[in-house]
Design a protein around this ligand. Structure first.
Ligand code: BGC
Length: 734
């Protein structure tokens, strides 16, 4: 009897306990718990099979959650300068939704050209809001592969040739995106510096070049931006594909930099289960998958990190700790994004986003040449302005590969100019035509090119002034993913057309829409040149504002423009250096990329890194430092005055470069170590102050595999571009 009573009491107590436990949120669902506890708790509830599910795609742009536990799937979207349209679950065709037309922001070369990290933050916030509104957990960008050659079809998606500039610009972008509860995904890690043979080309380079040039922006993204995910690249480094590369992912990224986020493959970038398992990959995504049936070849369940991975875990060939690490990282990302406490809701296509897009576009446009004060052209100055060139009307938000956008609106340059100057003052002629399809090559279009050409020359003859709006476009073999450019010159006969126009009208400005440098055989003959990038939804308005003088241009080039291709470092070493022999490629220029090469080798570029004109002029005072001698853990405080000596307000991106004249290793002529965008009213003077940490003067020491600051003299200079040094000061490091 007594026994029965005790049993009954125990049963009742058990039920009470159970009920209260059921009412209590499990730790992983409890928003008040730290992320690490939630990860640990969720992981403890999952069998091996569920953990493996997390590690691979379930559709083109999503990966599994844990349905049984209510842990959501991960939804991803391209790309760096706008949130891509929805595509079908399992094909690259558009899904045909009507609510997914986004704001297009300027491409990242333009963002880098602003030299304005605050604007990069605003950009990140805005695009992050759009991604959040569209219910994305990962935005597949930004890209920070270094601009090594003007032939790379994807340079427009990246932030230029200088590791310091790219680092300073990528960090605030990431922070802006992630404050929305959306993960940025920095790509493509690493050395995806060309599209030619991108799927397999094996990059060989020195440790110094790797650490000093190609990794710093990724390192900053991890250590300062605290980015939650990173995308591996298609190419190989030292014989191993970068999506499962022991050196890059295990040793450097997760080891040295202590990255606690998720490594996502580039689409189809995994090639082997054991390597994918052991060499640092976390989520495998794919391009050519029929994921609807696991019987199909490459169905999602047959991915390297799906069933084959499970099999290796079951036989013990891959330890379970490897799986737990991957699953923890993926859960951490989900708790940081989809399951983030108080996650904001985002916004989509709103006036604020348009004004951010406009501001970036205006601040990124670079005035390259402006003889006889050609620009600004105020309204009413000329009766007839001829606008010539296909890029005046062509959409440049569409195309280019994965960064292609379906936009709510895009103001073309012609529309912007007509709105500004009045349609009675603008006459348009196309002049040349590229192929109508995005996949057409460099061949001329089927349109009658002679009559286009002649009509344009005729239009130019009868105008007061000509704005030639050309450049590249987002077709294959232009500024586009999956192929490199075929020639450095402008395509579609544009050079010939410019020369012909110049014969009938000397008042010609060339406005280039591109993400890359181009040859400019007419450079001396045209009075004005503007680099206008891919500017996004507000492109035409930004161009009109700059040309008419409402906005004073302040963009600076984030990469050098060589006169000819052979002047570029990578190209000067021949085919093995670029594009390689189809198997291997050797970065023979080593650390001398971009202006580091031009300066050190005393080759004059057409336009230098950091260069850009304004409608006003600036006078730089002499650079000074707070002390003469520094120890390695100190910061150097640099100052100089900057005066706006012209008649209009303006902004100048001032730059500080450093060099070490006597070092035990080769050091570049100079390297960018600080910059600041300074806004000055006409006539105003400011004292500009900047800080450079002595440890940032280090070189990567291959012998010790670490960063070394060698004591001795360093020279600091203030400059308005890498080719225009204003003054110098020497300091000693002890
Ligand atoms: C590109 C990535 C992109 C992915 C998804 C790949 O081909 O290299 O940058 O994010 O596709 O569209």
């Amino acid at each position: 009897m007594k026994k029965l009573k005790t049993t009954l009491l125990c049963l009742i107590a058990g039920t009470v306990l159970q009920t209260s436990a059921q009412n209590m949120n499990p730790i992983y669902l409890d928003n008040n718990q730290p992320v690490e506890k939630r990860v640990e708790d969720a992981l403890s509830r999952m069998p091996m099979e569920e953990k493996v599910e997390l590690c691979h795609a379930q559709s083109k742009f999503s990966s599994h959650g844990v349905p049984r536990l209510g842990i959501p799937e991960i939804w991803m979207s391209d790309g760096p300068h706008g949130v891509r349209e929805e595509i079908l679950w399992d094909s690259w065709s558009a899904a045909g939704w009507t609510n997914d037309s986004c704001t297009a922001y300027p491409a990242l070369t333009c963002l880098a050209a602003t030299f304005n990290p605050e604007l990069s933050h605003a950009y990140g916030v805005a695009i992050g809001e759009e991604a959040r509104y569209r219910r994305k957990d990962i935005l597949l960008g930004p890209g920070v592969n270094i601009y090594r050659t003007p032939m790379n079809g994807r340079n427009f998606e990246y932030m230029g040739e200088d590791p310091y500039l790219a680092s300073q610009m990528v960090v605030p972008y990431i922070q802006g995106v992630q404050q929305n509860g959306v993960s940025a995904c920095v790509k493509h890690f690493a050395l995806n510096n060309q599209e030619e043979w991108r799927g397999h080309i094996n990059v060989n380079l020195s440790d110094r070049a790797l650490h000093e040039i190609y990794l710093p922006a990724f390192k900053a993204a991890v250590e300062e931006g605290h980015v939650w995910s990173i995308m591996g690249s298609y190419n190989q480094l030292r014989g191993e594909h970068c999506c499962h590369n022991d050196l890059l992912l295990n040793k450097i990224l997760k080891g040295n930099w202590k990255f606690d986020g998720v490594v996502v493959t580039d689409w189809g970038g995994a090639h082997d289960t054991k390597q994918a398992a052991l060499n640092g990959l976390d989520i495998e995504m794919g391009s050519y998958t029929n994921g609807l049936s696991s019987k199909a070849k490459f169905g999602y369940e047959d991915y390297y990190l799906a069933k084959p991975f499970l099999a290796l875990l079951k036989t013990g060939e891959v330890p379970v700790s490897v799986l737990n690490d991957k699953a923890s990282r993926i859960l951490r990302l989900i708790f940081r994004t989809a399951m983030m406490p108080n996650r904001p809701y985002g916004r989509f296509v709103c006036p604020d986003h348009s004004s951010t897009a406009l501001k970036v576009a205006e601040e990124g446009i670079v005035l390259l040449k402006n003889d006889r004060q050609f620009f600004p052209v105020p309204t009413g100055k000329y009766q007839k302005i001829a606008v010539i060139g296909e890029n005046a009307t062509r959409s440049v938000t569409e195309g280019g590969g994965s960064s292609t956008l379906k936009v709510k609106y895009e103001v073309s340059p012609l529309e912007g100019l007509v709105a500004r100057y009045g349609k009675e003052h603008i006459v348009y002629s196309m002049g040349y035509a590229s192929g109508p399809s995005l996949y057409d090559r460099e061949e001329p279009s089927k349109m009658n090119t002679d009559s286009l050409f002649n009509a344009a020359v005729e239009t130019a003859k009868n105008a007061d002034v000509v704005c030639f709006i050309g450049g590249l476009n987002k077709n294959h073999f232009q500024d586009a993913e999956g192929g490199d450019r075929k020639s450095y010159g402008l395509p579609f006969g544009q050079d010939k057309l410019i020369e012909a126009i110049l014969k009938v009208n000397k008042n010609v400005a060339v406005i280039l829409i591109s993400g890359n440098a181009v040859a400019m055989p007419w450079v001396k003959d045209v009075p004005a040149i503007v680099q206008a990038w891919y500017l996004g939804s507000e492109g035409g308005n930004a161009i009109a504002n700059v040309l008419c003088g409402e906005t004073n241009p302040s963009g600076k080039l984030p990469f050098s423009f060589p006169v000819k291709l052979e002047d570029n470092a990578a190209h000067s070493f021949g085919k093995l250096s670029y594009p390689g022999d189809s198997i291997n490629e050797y970065y023979k220029e080593d650390i001398l990329v971009g202006y580091r090469w031009f300066d050190t080798k005393k080759i004059k570029p057409q336009f230098a890194f950091g260069y850009g004109l304004s409608y006003t002029t600036f006078e730089y005072g002499k650079i000074a430092t707070d002390k003469k001698t520094y120890s390695p853990d100190e910061a150097i405080r640099v100052s100089f005055t900057l005066k706006n000596t012209g008649k209009v307000d303006g902004a100048e991106a001032v730059q500080v470069y450093t060099s070490q004249p006597k070092a035990s290793v080769m050091r570049p002529e100079k390297e960018l170590k600080a910059f600041k965008k300074v806004f000055l009213k006409a006539g105003e003077t400011q004292t500009v102050e900047m800080e450079i940490k002595v440890k940032d003067l280090a070189f990567y020491n291959e012998a010790t595999q670490s960063w070394t600051v060698e004591p001795g003299e360093f020279v600091l200079c203030n400059a308005s571009s890498s080719a225009d040094v204003k003054s110098k000061v020497a300091i000693q490091v002890q």
